[in-house]
Design a protein around this ligand. Structure first.
Ligand SMILES: [Zn+2]
Length: 232
């Protein structure tokens, strides 16, 4: 755990601080020990991490973008059309259960990717060039920076909720969906921020209902929670 968040016998910054202002990539996230995963909650929320020593507390900066990958179950075949998970659905429930609700609540976007068939791999048309995507992202970030000013938040992810203006219809939709999905207060604000980024990418000044719906579609569906289907 110290390697991740800092500390140890002679206090030193951990991976979350080494990734400050950059990306922390975790492959096969559920394979990390539970205490290490739970220790991510504080830096994900506060952008810093505090190490307690006998004599003092040491705080390290840790404002990073978390990118994590995982299989849907331990054997990796759950939901795969070509092969079958022999222990479904337990295999997936046990594996996905290693990520706690409070940790998932701090992850804004969950995207499921199905494996490609050999035919798709060889015949898929080339996607959009990364340079085009990068230019779009840079333009959206410039809009956000101009909105918050030099001393304000540097990204939508850091913006306070009251700085994110939703169209009346979008606000009503989010409130209704939040009740249906049993969103936490944190999830509510995070959905607003993601919606803000989607609107910025589209070059639209006021966050619309469609942007909020898309943002909510990226939130992890916890087992037992109501899906958004029919929410509007
Ligand atoms: Zn499996």
């Amino acid at each position: 755990m110290a390697a991740m968040t800092g500390g140890g016998n002679r206090a030193r910054p951990g991976e979350v601080s080494l990734a400050h202002r950059g990306v922390l990539f975790m492959d096969e996230m559920p394979e990390f020990p539970r205490p290490t995963l739970e220790a991510l909650r504080q830096p994900l929320e506060a952008g810093q991490t505090t190490v307690s020593r006998a004599a003092a507390h040491i705080t390290y900066p840790a404002r990073f973008q978390l990118v994590a990958a995982m299989n849907p179950c331990r054997c990796g075949y759950l939901g795969d059309g070509a092969r079958e998970c022999g222990r479904a659905p337990r295999c997936g429930e046990d594996y996905q259960g290693k990520l706690s609700g409070p940790l998932l609540d701090r992850i804004d976007m969950v995207v499921e990717i199905s494996p490609l068939t050999p035919r798709e791999l060889s015949w898929a048309p080339p996607g959009e060039a990364s340079s085009f995507v990068a230019a779009r992202v840079a333009a959206a970030r410039a809009i956000a920076r101009a909105r918050y000013g030099e001393d304000g938040a540097s990204t939508n992810a850091e913006a306070l909720g009251d700085l994110i203006v939703l169209a009346g219809e979008a606000k009503a939709f989010l409130e209704m969906a939040a009740t249906k999905l049993r969103l936490s207060a944190r999830g509510f604000v995070r959905a607003m921020r993601v919606g803000r980024s989607i609107a910025d990418l589209a070059g639209i000044e006021e966050v619309q209902r469609g942007h909020i719906a898309e943002a909510l579609g990226y939130r992890h569906k916890m087992p037992g929670r109501t899906a958004l289907q029919g929410a509007g």
